[in-house]
Design a protein around this ligand. Structure first.
Ligand code: MIC
Ligand code: SF4
Length: 649
């Protein structure tokens, strides 16, 4: 029987086994490349330093600075200097602030078909657009991979999304992934790798494919991947990297877990309505609602293609007086090429506010909209409050919809705009890697210092798992809790990503403003804390702060109906028990503030016995389970990945 593309790449990277295991079983993968961004990177490099490994052991490791670029105090600049000093000494490339958004730059300059990549950012699957198997992971997992260690995932189910036909003018890759989200929902990709195929893929360029794989993160998928074909080859050649091209595709008789067909001709212009990426409706159905802000950019939609189409739509027009339009081109390459071809002037003269090539407003770093605003964004997440304005409603749309609506001032279906502007994509991109700093040679590196700033504080490490634990259910939350709920980002908090004690006061604020205080009261009384949650707990970002900060506050168990993949892995890495109700209805029987106990939990994990939860407040007894590989079980017993690694396992 033939293999899927996923199976081919996984098989070529197996570390501890000869063949692929059954679905759901643990696989240890060799990782060829790693990337970090600065908001998660500071912690990842602190963890790497704690491992005592002198130099990275991957084919390529690179540290990007793109998230915390607003420097309203010394904190972010200090963190950037720290990361730069680690990169120089430990053998990593360093992408300076200004060079662009990690995923966009990686696609342009470093992605290689058929290789594995992990990144401390949930949108690392963007690399699937160029045929990589690219995963988002917690910082600790990236630190381990930098040291040459395996990355572990559960063997996924492989879903084929078969594309036929060709997109109509003004309908773009963003609409395709919104259509996938509409069908599959934010939970629909859990445990799956999504492979794209069908003759329709040949009509999509690499950056368009990357828009689609990028938002596979919003499906909860382990990752998404496109074949590597003539389109990939042309893109690599245009980036002066033709030598890394290899053709890659699934075998004709490959077997898939499921197949979903999408006729590109029939895809409509779509938008994800507030406050979830799968709350999708057609722009026509939503109607001409008044728009206050339009933002174009982010790792989803900031390629040269997206910027050129935006510029062509805006050329000779003026942004509607009641709209603020911000545009952040995804990389220095994109920005320079826009400048050279004159399209940048078209954007500026239409009234766009040009932002630096970075994540910016996507992570709440500036451009928070006005109170109650409707904000159209070409980004990938519209979680409540992420924009920095609690009552704003964010709609996720394509660059075409965003640009046309910026002119009309209301949500507008761009297909009604008449002829589609012809845009010319260059046969060769402008290649200038002068913002990439190369590492020092091993001999030079020895004498180099690592530069720690005063904002860098030690991070918490859990102790061994005790045999029995008494808890207080400090917080009870519902379904689809995101890591933005657990550990918000934004301009005010992000500078403290290396200062867990400071960050802890903001933990879960959006759900319960007294969370941190309540945890402190519980730990002062000699108990530990537990969080009770619903389905898809921890969706969204890969930030391990959503595990480390609760750990710092005394949380040692999270008990839910189901978990999102990266967050569950981060909890285990931190030494927090990720437990799931056998019967989801038991969720209803626990109230916030209840006293809970996990008797003989250590023994239950060791022997694979039953996990029992006792509710001391109402006498309830519930059965729980944990989806753990043997390695994850041993990590939890040891108190997380660092103590586990130190104990020489
Ligand atoms: C995000 O989009 O939420 C982020 C910011 O890129 C995160 C990483 C982070 O929290 O630093 C992600 O997606 O992993
Ligand atoms: Fe940056 Fe936004 Fe992409 Fe996250 S989703 S990497 S914040 S641009």
């Amino acid at each position: 029987m033939g293999q899927t593309l996923t199976e081919k790449i996984l098989s070529a990277h197996l570390l501890e086994a000869e063949t692929l295991p059954a679905v759901g079983e643990d696989i240890a993968l060799r990782i060829d490349q790693t990337l970090t961004q600065d908001a998660t990177g500071t912690m990842a490099y602190l963890e790497f330093e704690a491992m005592g490994i002198p130099r990275v052991r991957t084919e390529l490791s690179i540290a990007y600075v793109d998230h915390n670029t607003l420097q309203t105090g010394y904190e972010n600049a200090d963190d950037h200097r720290f990361i730069q000093s680690v990169a120089k000494k430990r053998g990593l490339k360093f992408s300076r602030p200004g060079n662009g958004i990690c995923h966009q730059v990686h696609l342009e300059r470093f992605g290689v078909p058929g290789k594995t990549l992990i990144g401390s950012d949930s949108h690392t699957p963007t690399g699937g657009g160029i045929g990589m198997l690219a995963f988002g992971a917690g910082g600790l997992d990236v630190a381990v991979a930098m040291g040459g260690g395996a990355y572990h995932i559960a063997m996924p189910k492989v879903t084929l999304i078969k594309l036929t036909g060709k997109l109509r003018p003004y309908v773009s890759a963003k609409d395709v992934i919104l259509e996938v989200l509409r069908r599959m929902t934010v939970k629909g990709g859990v445990g799956k790798i999504i492979e794209y195929g069908g003759e329709g893929i040949s009509t999509l360029s690499v950056p368009e494919r990357a828009t689609i794989t990028n938002m596979g993160a919003e499906l909860g998928a382990t990752t998404s991947v496109f074949p590597s074909d003539a389109v990939t080859k042309a893109f690599l050649e245009a980036q002066e990297r033709g030598e890394v091209y290899v053709p890659l595709a699934a075998d004709a008789d490959a077997m898939y877990y499921e197949t979903i067909e999408i006729d590109l001709n029939a895809v409509e212009v779509l938008a994800a309505k507030p406050h979830m990426p799968d709350n999708v409706a057609s722009v026509r159905e939503i109607g001409p609602i008044k728009v206050d802000q339009v933002l174009i950019g982010s790792c989803t939609n900031s390629s040269l293609r997206d910027m050129l189409i935006t510029a062509a739509i805006l050329k000779g027009k003026t942004v509607c007086p009641s709209v603020s339009l911000g545009i952040a081109p995804g990389s220095k390459q994109v920005l320079t090429m826009l400048a050279e071809c004159g399209a940048l002037a078209d954007l500026i003269s239409a009234g766009a506010r040009i932002l630096e090539s970075a994540c910016g407003p996507c992570i709440g770093m500036g451009q928070s909209p006005n109170s109650g605003a409707v904000s159209l964004r070409t980004f990938n997440r519209n979680f409540e409050g992420r924009s920095g304005t609690a009552d704003a409603g964010v709609y996720l749309v394509s660059p075409e919809t965003a640009a046309v609506s910026a002119i009309t001032g209301v949500l507008t279906d761009p297909t009604a705009q008449g002829a589609f502007p012809a845009i010319q994509l260059p046969a060769a991109f402008l290649v200038n890697d002068n913002m990439i700093i190369e590492p020092a040679s091993p001999a030079e590196a020895e004498a180099l210092p690592i530069l720690y700033g005063p904002n860098i504080k030690p991070f918490p490490v859990a102790s061994q798992l005790p045999n029995s634990i008494q808890f207080n259910a400090v917080l009870k939350v519902g379904d689809d809790i995101t890591t933005d709920h657990i550990m918000p980002a934004g301009a005010k908090i992000l500078p403290y990503r290396s200062n867990i004690p400071y960050m802890s006061q903001f933990c879960f604020r959006q759900c319960d403003e007294h969370f941190a205080e309540n945890c402190k009261a519980v730990t002062a009384a000699g108990q530990l804390a537990a969080v009770i949650g619903g389905a898809n707990y921890g969706q969204g970002s890969s930030r391990e702060h959503a595990a480390l900060v609760p750990l710092y506050l005394g949380v040692r168990a999270v008990i839910v109906k189901s978990f999102a993949r990266i967050h569950a892995a981060n909890l285990i890495n931190a030494g927090i028990l990720p437990l799931v109700f056998d019967d989801p209805e038991d969720y209803d029987l626990i109230r916030q503030g209840d006293s809970l106990a996990l008797p003989d939990i250590r023994e239950a994990l060791q022997t694979g016995g039953e996990i029992r939860l006792e509710n001391k407040s109402n006498g309830g007894r519930y059965k729980l389970h944990a989806h753990l590989s043997d390695r994850q079980r041993d990590m939890l017993l040891a108190g997380g990945l660092l103590p586990y690694t130190k104990q020489g396992a």
